[in-house]
Design a protein around this ligand. Structure first.
Ligand code: GLY
Ligand code: MN
Ligand code: MN
Length: 355
């Protein structure tokens, strides 16, 4: 079954007569469309892709399984939606409660006369977590290119080069290799590496810095997301101790992540291991997230989320320790859940490299 068929089967099972998919990650998952605006109207046995005139040609090329339609000025989106809802004979339309603003809901209610709008959770949110073999292959390809980017960077990581210069190298590498970044890359060195999402700056790398790279790319819309931390010059005992404990947490959590466990328990394992050295208090974010058409795809490995782990899901595992005034370490890999446990999709070495 392709993703459209999976969604239609889900609508049938749950007696949902029609759904408007408007989250762009979900639209891409469903149709392959990668433009910035669009929505798919889906019923159990039909559907249409709706976008605007900026994307008429692109939608025609990318959307294979549904007919595409676009609107242009002076027609408004809601008038256009009304026409297609009427043509498909839809009288009850489920809309994604996390996407449609209260303002849009009120104005659509006025224009879509005779149609009951039902704010609801988009079922794609859950369906998207389990990947098809094609989706796994695309993420795997994106992971291989992210590994290659780190290999390419290694000789360029040295005293005096700035975080921003390394950022440019990352962006150019992916562009030159037929890809694009999957999120704004992080390059954070020295005390700045204690910022989990440190935006690259003009700071040059200095001897004694931890430097963290968090980067990824997209292949046909599917993302990779890898983090490695290095030391510039010789690592001190403190560098080694912090790094070793984050690495132990990361590898142990990957080992524990398999079908049937709960993501909350794997997150707790990371915190227990970090606490062997009193470091859990420096780990503020969750252990990982789903990965797919969005870099932060559906699903979280977190102390606050009841997250069953299932076959075919793709997860990041990314414990980190961030000590203000000293620096930080994060190590992140991407894994797919398999019959035998999991397969790691990112392969760049993890022993502490002194550069
Ligand atoms: N690259 C952002 C993250 O690792 O979640
Ligand atoms: Mn990352
Ligand atoms: Mn991540």
């Amino acid at each position: 079954m392709n993703n459209l068929q999976r969604l239609q089967a889900n609508l049938r099972e749950n007696s949902i007569p029609a759904l408007m998919v408007s989250n762009m990650g979900n639209v891409q998952w469903l149709t392959g469309f990668t433009g910035s605006f669009g929505a798919a109207l889906i019923t159990p046995d039909s559907g249409r892709m709706l976008t605007d005139s900026r994307y008429t040609v692109q939608a025609g090329e990318q959307v294979q399984d549904l007919p595409s339609f676009s609107f242009a000025s002076p027609t408004s989106f809601v008038e256009f939606l009304h026409r297609h809802v009427s043509e498909l004979d839809i009288s009850t339309l489920h809309i994604d409660e996390s996407q449609v603003t209260v303002g849009s809901y009120h104005s659509w209610t006025k224009v879509l006369k005779g149609v009951t709008l039902v704010p609801d959770e988009d079922p794609i949110h859950k369906l998207r977590m389990v990947k098809t073999a094609r989706e796994v292959a695309l993420v795997q390809e994106a992971c291989q290119l992210a590994d290659a980017c780190l290999e390419f960077l290694l000789p360029k990581i040295k005293v005096g080069v700035t975080e921003n210069e390394l950022l440019l190298e990352i962006e150019l590498f992916f562009r030159r290799n037929g890809s694009v970044i999957s999120f704004p890359p992080i390059v954070a060195s020295g005390e700045r590496s204690a910022r989990p999402h440190g935006v690259p700056s003009d700071k040059p790398l200095e001897t004694g810095d931890f430097v963290t790279f968090d980067l990824g790319c997209k292949i046909q819309g599917y993302c990779s997301d890898i983090t490695r931390t290095f030391v510039i010059g010789k690592a001190t005992e403190r560098h080694k101790e912090v790094y070793a404990q984050v690495l132990k947490a990361e590898t142990s959590c990957i080992e524990a992540l398999k079908a049937g466990v709960n993501g909350r328990d794997v997150d707790a394992l990371a915190r227990r291991i970090l606490d062997e050295k009193g470091l859990a208090k420096y780990f503020g974010h969750g252990l990982g997230h789903g990965l797919g058409t969005l870099v932060h795809d559906s699903g979280r490995l977190s102390s606050t989320v009841d997250q069953p782990i299932e076959l075919g899901q793709i997860w990041t595992v990314e414990p980190g320790v961030y000590i203000e005034g000293f620096g930080g370490v994060r190590i992140e890999d991407d894994v797919v859940i398999t019959e035998t446990g999991n397969e790691i999709l990112t392969h760049f070495p993890k022993e502490l490299l002194e550069l």
